[in-house]
Design a protein around this ligand. Sequence first.
Ligand code: ADP
Length: 254
Amino acid sequence: KFTDPLQIDRKDEIGQLAQSFQLMTERLGENDRIRKEFINNVSHDFQTPLLNIKGYANLIENDPPAVERKNYAKVIQAETERLSALTKQLMLLTSLDQLLSPLQLKTFRLDEQLKETIRRYRWALEEKEMSLSLELDEIELQGDPAFLEKVWANLLSNAIKYTETGGSIEITLTEQDNTVIATFCDTGIGIPEEKIGRIFERFYRVDDSRTKEIGGSGLGLAIVRQVVELHGGNITAKRNGQQGMTFIISLPKL
Ligand code: ADP
């Protein structure tokens, strides 16, 4: 009777070992690729503002008229702030990676925290004449308030950033079968279906002329996903029927 030698190989111990090595090599290669891409992205994101700072500092050195000097100084300030924000986000991601700051669990009212975050963005909402509708149940959760606050802030600031003036945002918070569900729905520019799968990757930004005009590092949603997953939850994104995006977060009540 004919037996396929490969089939036999796969079943014995050596075959299994060979398979695990193969898998490990593939995974290591993948990690290496992600690491290289990450370093490449970080370097690029630091390089651009640094070059701007250097260029404008050189211009100031040549004693330009006062008006120009002021404008140059403003660019330098803005670029410095960009670098500082980027550094903060990177430090946060690194601490999440290495669990340098393990979750500091507390039981707190999630709806109150969400309202507090929204309060901080009132000015941005008013500036863009956006309407906000809230449906927040009173929910108590055990989680890390400092990290979860970043989740709400990033999702809300994205909804504001990627929605045109006059648009609207809807936020809901409910509980079902011991799982907390938060949704952020906007009427913004949306994300093409084929790109949704990548938005939670570090540094990924939708390559679109409209997105390019809006500043960002591409780290916000990576932070959101990591914090949500550290809490044992998950996040998904989907396009709304007519316009905009909805982000859905579910968190188990530990
Ligand atoms: P960024 O700093 O670029 O906003 P994020 O990680 O927060 O980075 O988001 C990644 C990308 O996903 C953004 O660059 C943008 O293209 C897209 N995106 C995120 N949120 C929204 C949204 N609410 N509507 C449309 N596009 C969004």
